[in-house]
Write a protein that binds this ligand. Structure first.
Ligand SMILES: *[C@@H]1O[C@H](CO)[C@@H](O)[C@H](O)[C@H]1NC(C)=O
Ligand SMILES: [Cu+2]
Length: 241
């Protein structure tokens, strides 16, 4: 039974991947792909030691030229990351939009301060997590909540972080193939932000790659049997002011 479940899930979801395609600010959509470094293919990254785990790329070439927009936001704003199956998904006709229902796992958001969000390279940045959602006490996953909310995930930009330009890294980890490493499917894109009205916080940071290991309990994870009762979200604790 276990093998049957795993096999079916892999078969139906082989190409049902996802892309972070739009940012909302305080409930206002900013435009499809505006300010987001989107790839041309929606596949996952599975090697957590690869530079492709930072802001995608590699097997999923980034669309070029990079976006010409920096999205202006204020510290304390409510942001929404909106995900879709492909760059062109239409919710009404694509049952795997925003993501395959079986791609269960956590949702996270990170920030890294940069000198120039339009032009920055992604290696060597210092990241801090500002949001995470895993599995709740009823066994419902963040991805199910995202699916039910038509691909949208809300989070607050901490009010005390420093003003300036940032990359915002939104991430989903799908655990349907995560029983062995590599197997977990990491989906991520980076948005180019200009944050104003901030404070003077200095959050502790992590590196990508580096923040996750193949042996992390949230990366190598048995999703199906025995039915998991807890899940440890990988990476650092979200920063709070
Ligand atoms: C960032 O916002 C500040 C304050 O509004 C503005 O002066 C600056 O030009 C903005 N930078 C970019 C790159 O948009
Ligand atoms: Cu997929």
């Amino acid at each position: 039974m276990k093998n049957l479940l795993v096999t079916c899930s892999l078969l139906v979801s082989a190409s049902a991947h996802t892309i972070f395609t739009q940012l909302w600010i305080n409930g206002v959509a900013q435009g499809h792909t505006k300010g987001i470094r989107v790839p041309t293919y929606d596949g996952p990254i599975t090697d957590v030691t690869s530079n492709d785990v930072i802001c995608n790329g590699g097997p999923n070439p980034l669309r070029t030229p990079l976006p010409k927009d920096v999205i202006n936001v204020k510290a304390g704003d409510k942001l929404t990351a909106e995900w879709h199956h492909t760059l062109d998904s239409d919710q009404a006709t694509d049952s795997s939009d925003p993501i395959d229902k079986g791609h269960l796992g956590p949702v996270m958001v990170y920030l890294a301060k940069v000198d120039n969000a339009l032009t920055t390279t992604v290696t060597g940045l210092k990241w801090f997590k500002i949001y995470e959602d895993g599995m709740d006490s009823n066994g419902q996953w963040a991805v199910t909540r995202l699916y039910n909310n038509k691909g949208k995930v809300d989070f607050i930009l901490p009010s005390c972080i420093q003003s300036g330009q940032y990359l915002l890294r939104a991430e989903i980890i799908a655990l349907h193939g995560a029983a062995n490493y590599p197997g977990a499917q990491l989906y991520m894109e980076c948005a180019q932000l200009n944050i104003t009205g901030g404070g003077s916080a200095n959050p502790p940071t992590v590196n990508f790659p580096g923040a996750y290991k193949g042996t992390d309990p949230g990366i190598k994870f048995q999703l199906y049997w025995p039915t998991p009762t807890t899940y440890v979200i990988p990476g650092p604790t979200p920063f709070k002011c």
